[in-house]
Write a protein that binds this ligand. Sequence first.
Ligand SMILES: [Zn+2]
Ligand SMILES: [Zn+2]
Length: 343
Amino acid sequence: MHHIQAMQRPKAGAWLTVTGNGLHCGPGGFHIDPARPVERAVITHGHGDHARPGNGAVLATAETAAIMRSRFGDQAGRIETLAYGAEKRIGGVTVKLVPAGHILGSAQIVLEHGGERVVVSGDYKRRRDPTCPAFEPVPCDVFITEATFGLPVFRHPPAEAEIGRLLDSLKVFPERAHLVGVYALGKCQRVIALLREAGYDAPIFLHGALQELTALYQAQGVPLGALADATAADKDAMKGAVVLAPPSAVDERWSRRLPDPLTAVASGWIRVRQRAKQRNVELPLVISDHADWDELTATIAEVAPGEVWVTHGREEALVHWATTHGINARALALTGREEETGE
Ligand SMILES: [Zn+2]
Ligand SMILES: [Zn+2]
C-alpha cells in the first residue's frame, strides 16, 4: 500500500519558525525583529516594535544601524551593516536586504535556503517617499507581510494631496501657526520632505523631541531644507509657519507657546480618525507609511508567492483574500508588534 504522505514535499518555509522571541531562522541561527534580546538578530527597520536594544550580534542596513545607535546607544548591539542588494551567507542561509519603502533604512529580508526563497517584508508601503528608496518586489515562495491596514475599507489618499490641504490652510490662515502632530521616526521627515517637494521653502519649526532623528536623516543625506527649534523661537516668527511636534504635544501645555495654533495630525487612516474625534484636531491628514488594502493585495499579486504568512495588523481579511486567489495563507501569531511608532 502506498503512503502518499511520505512523498509529499516538506512544508514551504519549514526552516522558519515562530518562537517566543519572534520569527526564527533555524539554519541561519538568527531571529528577525526579535521581541526580546537574542544572540543574533536581523532587523528590518528602526521602529521600536521591530528594533530593540540588548541583542548580541545585529545585521541591518547602515541607516537602520545609525537609527539604532542613536536610540539605544551602547545597548544597540554589535551591528554589522549590509548594503541593499548585497548578499551575506549566515550558516546555511543567504541573506539579502532589499528596500521596503517604509522609512529611512527600512529593508525586506530576503532569505534563501534549500532552493526556497522567503521574503520577510517587515513594514512597507508602495507610495513614493522622498526619504527612502522605493519598495522592490521580489518573487518568492513564501511572502511574509504585515497587515496594519488589512481591510478593504482602508484606502489612503495620495500623500501629496494631503500636504496640499496643509498648504491651502496656511494661505487661508496666514496668522496661525500650523501645528502638525507627527511620529519622530519617519513621519516627521517624510512630511518635511513632501512640503519641500511641494515648493514650501520657509523654515519649518521642530519640537525638541523630533530634532535628533531629523538631524540623523540630514546626516544620512536626506535634504530637508531650513529647520528651526520651536522651543527657542520667537512667538511671532511662528505666525503662519509649520510647526511639527509629537502627537502627544499637540494638545499639551507645550502648544500654548504658539501663535493661535491650528492643530493637525499626520497619520494613517484610523489614528487620524480616532484623534480627530477625541481631540480637537482641525486638520486630520491621512499620511501613512504602511501599505493600504490595495497596496497589500497588489504586492501579493506581484511577488506571486506560493504562500503568504501575515504578521501584525488585521490578518483575517488578507488571509481570506489570498486564499480566494489561490494562494495558501495563514496568520502568524507574533508577539510584541505594536502600531505606536510608525503608522
Ligand atoms: Zn511595525
Ligand atoms: Zn515600522
